[in-house]
Design a protein around this ligand. Structure first.
Ligand code: BG6
Ligand code: MG
Length: 221
């Protein structure tokens, strides 16, 4: 059984946008008088915008009404968009493009599976919108990771069954989502954090087709 599709999370796997999320949330938390650290920001990886806001409000023990919450989320997103609008192709993480081209040449489908509603904007800013056979993102799903919806949707869009898909993920919630989808999951990041992933690499620079074949053979045998 060989991989027929690779599904990539976007933030933290193909581009490093966590720092922009942090900077934008920090502006909001400073306004609200909430002490918000980079360590707290780790908890927001892979988590949807509104769920991230809930975590932050929990840290500050603030309980605004729903209308105010939407206002806060919009403020944060407007600042975040200011940052991502300045992104360039140089910000694509090392090794990502080489690996994706290698997959495409081998006729393996490539898709994005991201919680972010800003996915199309980010892909366009870094110039890789056309590179993917399908983009499943926060705009078309109703259940956030660790629910498998976004990955199942990506698999459906490329016409490949879930068990023939491999997901690349940097967030705990995303690894859980991939496993819940019945897919092979390669964690991108720290082995201390992504303990549930089938295999862990520090970044896509460490991945190529031969390695992928070896890993999947071990996992699927
Ligand atoms: C995920 C990020 O990819 O997208 C989270 O890891 C973020 O930190 C989530 O909250 C939603 O992003 P957006 O762009 O829709 O606010
Ligand atoms: Mg991510």
């Amino acid at each position: 059984m060989q991989t027929s599709a690779c599904i990539f999370d976007l933030d933290g796997v193909i581009v490093d946008t966590a720092r922009f999320h942090f900077m934008a949330w920090k502006k909001l938390t400073d306004q609200l008088g909430i002490h918000f650290t980079e360590e707290d920001n780790e908890r927001l990886k892979g988590v949807s915008r509104m769920a991230s806001l809930e975590i932050i409000l929990g840290i500050g023990n603030i309980k605004p009404d729903d209308c105010r919450k939407l206002e806060y989320a919009k403020l944060k997103n407007d600042w975040y968009i200011d940052y991502i609008n300045k992104m360039t192709p140089d910000e694509i993480l090392p090794g990502s493009l080489d690996f994706i081209y290698e997959l495409r040449n081998a006729n393996i489908r490539v898709a994005i599976g991201s919680a972010s509603k800003n996915t199309p904007l980010i892909l366009a800013r870094v110039g890789i919108l056309e590179l993917f056979d399908a983009v499943a993102d926060g705009n078309i799903i109703s259940s956030a990771k660790p629910d498998p919806e976004v990955f199942l949707k990506a698999a459906e869009m490329v016409g490949i069954k879930p068990s023939d898909c491999v997901v690349f993920e940097d967030a705990i919630a995303g690894v859980k989502a991939a496993l819940n989808a019945g897919m092979v999951c390669i964690g991108v990041g720290s082995s201390e954090v992504l303990t549930e992933a089938h295999y862990i690499i520090p970044g896509l620079k460490e991945m190529n087709l031969i390695k992928l074949r070896t890993i999947e053979k071990d996992i699927r045998s």
